[in-house]
Design a protein. Structure first.
Length: 299
């Protein structure tokens, strides 16, 4: 008979593994290409959107900057306008103030000159009085008729000078010693000059002992004055004199103001030595006075 047939293949109907692997590679390659193209497309869209947003942002920034610049220009113009108005007002006020100060300065100058003339006349009258009354402690070269001829209104009715020897004897009997005073400085004085000229007090110190009155020079525009010249005084002390009064005053054209005062019982200090004092001023708002005293009793 005929030979037997070979058995049927068990691989019939199954794909070839090598072909499957090849198809897998081809499919994977195609898939990767699709992904690459998709990514490239998305990247291009993203880049285009980004460029659009940047351009839009730049445009908005330019518009905002232009708006800000316009507002700044408006504000600067408004500030310049207000500045010009204020400057004009200040100039007008300064001109009015200058006119008022010039007017007041002229009035003060006139008052000062009038006061100065009056003081000169009073000083001449005082000198005549002093020369007349010096006869109480020493000889007088002028006669009463000569003094009256110079100033008949002031001294013509004065009585004859007392006997010089009798006056000297009376003074010697009442003399108790000599008081030396040195005015040194003042501190933190009150300002009484508050006018338009803008200056401060012009202080000087008045010393009083019994009927004696002496004063330091005036120091202009100083609330902490220091006296270095014409600040030492010698006063005759009688048996009745007990208190030395020192008053700080502010020199004015019309009337001097008191800045405060202090008193000292110089007899309570050890005699024959200098004593430096720095005391608060009484009857004033504030301030201190520094001075030194030396009491020399009569032997």
């Amino acid at each position: 008979g005929s030979p037997p047939l070979p058995p049927p293949s068990l691989l019939d109907g199954f794909p070839d593994p090598s072909r499957v692997e090849t198809r897998k590679k081809e499919y994977l390659k195609a898939l990767q290409e699709q992904v690459r193209q998709r990514v490239e497309t998305l990247t291009q869209k993203h880049q285009a959107n980004l460029e659009y947003l940047r351009a839009k942002n730049d445009q908005c920034k330019r518009q905002a900057q232009a708006t800000i610049d316009q507002e700044l220009v408006k504000q600067e113009m408004e500030i310049d306008r207000r500045h010009d108005e204020q400057l004009l007002a200040l100039q007008q006020a300064a001109m009015r103030r200058k006119f008022n100060i010039t007017k007041e300065a002229g009035e003060l100058t006139l008052q000062y000159q009038t006061k100065e003339t009056q003081e000169r006349m009073q000083m001449l009258d005082y000198e005549l009085h002093r020369k007349y009354f010096d006869a109480q402690s020493g000889g007088l070269d002028w006669t009463q008729q000569q003094i009256a001829a110079v100033s008949p209104g002031a001294l013509g009715a004065l009585p004859a000078p007392p006997d010089a020897r009798a006056s000297s004897a009376a003074s010697a009997a009442s003399a108790a010693g000599t008081l030396f005073v040195a005015v040194q400085a003042a501190y933190n004085l009150t300002n009484k000059d508050t006018g338009l000229l803008g200056d401060v007090s012009d202080p000087y110190v008045m010393l009083r002992l019994g009927t004696q009155e002496l004063s330091t020079p005036v120091i202009n525009n100083n609330l902490n004055p220091v006296w270095e010249a014409d600040n030492r005084f010698t006063l005759a002390v009688t048996k009745e004199d007990k208190l030395l009064e020192l008053e700080v005053k502010n020199s004015n054209v019309l009337r001097d103001d008191s800045l405060g005062r202090t008193t000292l019982d110089f007899r309570s200090l050890a005699p024959g030595a200098w004593h430096t004092r720095r005391e608060l001023l009484q009857d004033g708002d504030l301030g201190e006075l520094e001075y030194a005293v030396h009491f020399k009793p009569k032997p």
